[in-house]
Design a protein. Structure first.
Length: 195
């Protein structure tokens, strides 16, 4: 039997039987192969996702230079929030770095579910506000820290990405070239060896 959104960890405690039934009817879980582009710059986000398995990255195309700004992995919401909420074109891309299993939350399903279940809308709003706060902190950290400090933070907070994501994407995410990332890694290893 296929997994349903209402069966995800923690969901059964949040949903009434009616909410669970409607969510399972309106919100599918789908599999996307590595390389799938979920959203292109210029398109309106009519879907948001929740990552059950895999890794998605958000990136911008700046004159042909692809700049990764986020990685989304298991247990995280994946969205072009401004585009989705306002139904305006996105200015970035969302693509699968790995094969992914994602809950697909459409704009139409959201309108129907929130119209019928106001408490569900409140619960989702709290989750979005929490994510937004975390992204503000991360952005501030990116602006105020050196590339080496950003790499050390990544090692501490999300070490699994180092095994899952190609080096050129990690370098882009950290705001450096792949060559600079290699030098940062060597410096850190040398410091650790000297201790």
């Amino acid at each position: 039997m296929d997994l349903k959104p209402s069966q995800l960890p923690g969901m059964s405690a949040l949903l009434s039987p009616e909410e669970a039934r409607d969510m399972d009817r309106l919100v599918p879980i789908r599999h996307f192969p590595k390389g799938t582009v979920l959203l292109k710059a210029g398109d309106v986000a009519t879907e948001a996702w929740f990552c059950i398995d895999g890794c998605v990255h958000m990136y911008y195309d700046v004159d042909g230079d692809l700049r990764t700004t986020e990685f989304y992995t298991e247990g995280q919401a994946v969205a072009s929030l401004y585009s989705f909420i306002n139904q305006v074109p996105a200015n970035h891309y969302l693509a699968c770095v790995e094969d992914c299993t994602l809950v697909v939350w459409s704009y139409a399903a959201e309108r129907e579910l929130f119209g019928k279940y106001p408490n569900l809308e409140s619960s989702c709003r709290v989750a979005v506000e929490s994510d937004f706060g975390a992204h503000q902190e991360k952005f501030a950290s990116f602006i105020t820290k050196s590339p080496e400090q950003r790499y050390l933070d990544l090692l501490e907070q999300r070490p699994e990405l180092l095994q899952r994501v190609p080096q050129y994407l990690l370098a882009s995410y950290l705001g450096v070239t792949p060559e600079s990332l290699s030098r940062i890694r060597k410096r850190i290893l040398a410091k650790e060896a000297a201790r």
